[in-house]
Design a protein around this ligand. Structure first.
Ligand code: LLP
Length: 402
C-alpha cells in the first residue's frame, strides 16, 4: 500500500481503512458457519464510520448497537432494521422508545429493572417489544481486565437464575416477546475454551427455555474474537464455528455473531508524521503529530500497536513515541526500537488501528478528530473530513457568555 502518497494527498494524522480486507474477513467468518442460519451483526462501536457500516450491510451484515445513536447510524448506513440489535447496560427511556418505534430486531436486556422499563414503554406505545436477555455466564475470558465482561464481578448481563425469571415474566407479558438469548464474555479473546464453555452453559439454558415453550429464535454469541497485534496466537474462524456448532447441535436457532475487532482491526492504519526528536538525559523521545486523543488504546490499556517507519534505516535505538498532548500518558509506543535517523516529516504507519481507534477518539486539547480514508479496488476515498476549529466550537459559540 502506498501510504506515503496517501499521507501526502490527505495530510496526517489520518486513519486509512482497507475495505478489501474488511470484505475478506467478513466472508471468511460467514464461510466458517456455512449451512447454518446466521446473522453477522457488526459491532458498530469498533469503527462507527457510516461507510464502514455500509460496507458490511452490503454483504447482508447487521449491526450490534449500544446506543440509539449507533442504531440510527446503522439505519443511515443502510442496515435493514430487522438486522439491528440494541444492547447496553443502561438504556434510557427515550432510547428504548425510539428503538421500539424503529422496530429493530430486538432489544437486549441487561437487568430485571430494565425489563420492567421496556415493558412500560412498550405498553405506552401499545407495542410488543421483542427482547433478548444478556446472560453473564461467570466464566473467565482470560483477557485484559478492562475488556472482560463475562464474570459476575463485571457489570454486564444477568446471572442464569435471573435470566430464567426474566424469560418467565416476559412470556406472560402482553408487551414483551422473548426471541433471543445473548452472551458476550469479553473482547480480544485468544482462547477458545472460555467461549465454548460459555456457549455450552448458555445453550443449556436455551434448551431449558424451549422446554418451557419459550421460543428462542436467536442464539447471540456476542463478539470478541481476538486478532494479532504482535505475536498472539488467535482463534481461527473455523475452530470458532466448530466449537459453537458442536454445542448447539440440534437446536433450531439463527446464530448471531457480533464481531467488531475481528473484521476491522487489522485493516486499519493510523498515519502520523514525526514533528521532532529530543533527549531528556538518556531518554529518547520521538514526538509525532498523532496523539492519545486520536488513538487511545496504548494509553488506556497499554496496548501494543506495531509501527512501520516508512522512510528510515534499519539501525535502531529505544525511544518513546509520544504525542503533543499535555499528559505523560500520551504515547503511542514506549521503549520501542526506533530508527536512529528519524527526522521531521517522516511517516509512521501505526498498524492494527481499524478497531477502537477513531471510534474512541476525542477532541481533548481542542484537537480536531482526524480524517478517515477508505481504500477499495485500488482507489482511495475520503469517508470523513478532518474536523476544523469551527466544528469544535460550533455548539458553544452561540451560547458564549461574555
Ligand atoms: N458485543 C458486545 C456486547 C460487546 O460488548 C462488544 C465489545 C462486542 C460485541 C464487540 O467485541 P469485539 O468483537 O470487537 O471484540 N475498547 C476496547 C474494546 C472494548 C470492547 C467492548 N465490547 C479495546 O480497544 O480493546
Amino acid at each position: 500500500m502506498n501510504f506515503k502518497a496517501i499521507a501526502e494527498k490527505y495530510g496526517t494524522p489520518l486513519y486509512v481503512y482497507d475495505f478489501d480486507y474488511f470484505h475478506e474477513r467478513f466472508l471468511e467468518l460467514r464461510k466458517a458457519f456455512r449451512g447454518n442460519k446466521l446473522l453477522i451483526a457488526y459491532a458498530v462501536k469498533s469503527n462507527s464510520n457510516l461507510s464502514v457500516i455500509n460496507k458490511f450491510s452490503q454483504l447482508d451484515g447487521g449491526a450490534d448497537c449500544v446506543s440509539i445513536g449507533e442504531v440510527k447510524r446503522a439505519l443511515k448506513a443502510g442496515v435493514e432494521k430487522y438486522r439491528i440489535i440494541f444492547s447496553g447496560v443502561g438504556k434510557s427511556d427515550s432510547e428504548i422508545r425510539e428503538a421500539l418505534e424503529l422496530d429493530i430486531l430486538f432489544i437486549n436486556l441487561e437487568s430485571e429493572a430494565e425489563m420492567l422499563r421496556v415493558e412500560q414503554v412498550a405498553k405506552e406505545l401499545n407495542k410488543q417489544a421483542r427482547i433478548s436477555v444478556r446472560v453473564n455466564p461467570n466464566i473467565d475470558p482470560q483477557t485484559h481486565p478492562y475488556i472482560s465482561t463475562g464474570l459476575h464481578e463485571n457489570k454486564f448481563g444477568v446471572d442464569i437464575d435471573t435470566a430464567k425469571r426474566i424469560y418467565l415474566y416476559a412470556k406472560r407479558s402482553e408487551f414483551l416477546k422473548p426471541v433471543g438469548l445473548h452472551f458476550h464474555i469479553g473482547s480480544q479473546l485468544t482462547k477458545l475454551a472460555p467461549i465454548r464453555d460459555s456457549a455450552e452453559k448458555i445453550s443449556n439454558l436455551l434448551r431449558h427455555l424451549k422446554a418451557l415453550e419459550i421460543d428462542i429464535k436467536f442464539f447471540d454469541i456476542g463478539g470478541g474474537i481476538g486478532v494479532q497485534y504482535r505475536d498472539e496466537v488467535t482463534i481461527s474462524p473455523k475452530d470458532y464455528a466448530e466449537a459453537i456448532l458442536s454445542v448447539i447441535n440440534g437446536l433450531d436457532v439463527t446464530i448471531i455473531l457480533e464481531p467488531g475487532r475481528f473484521l476491522v482491526a487489522n485493516g486499519g492504519y493510523f498515519l502520523t508524521s514525526v514533528l521532532y526528536e529530543k533527549k531528556n538525559g538518556n531518554k529518547r523521545f520521538v514526538i509525532i503529530d498523532g496523539a492519545m486523543n486520536d488513538l487511545l488504546r496504548p494509553s488506556l490499556y497499554g496496548a501494543f500497536h506495531d509501527i512501520e517507519f516508512v522512510n528510515n534505516s534499519s539501525e535502531t535505538s529505544s525511544a518513546d513515541i509520544v504525542g503533543p498532548i499535555c499528559e505523560s500518558g500520551d504515547f503511542i509506543a514506549k521503549n520501542r526500537e526506533t530508527p536512529i535517523d528519524v527526522k521531521s516529516g517522516d511517516l509512521l504507519v501505526v498498524k492494527s488501528a481499524g478497531a477502537y481507534g477513531f471510534s474512541m477518539s476525542s477532541n481533548y486539547n481542542t484537537r480536531g478528530r482526524v480524517a478517515e480514508i477508505a481504500l477499495e479496488n485500488g482507489n482511495d476515498r475520503l469517508i470523513r473530513a478532518r474536523e476544523t476549529f469551527e466544528d469544535l466550537i460550533a455548539l458553544e459559540e452561540k451560547y458564549l457568555i461574555k
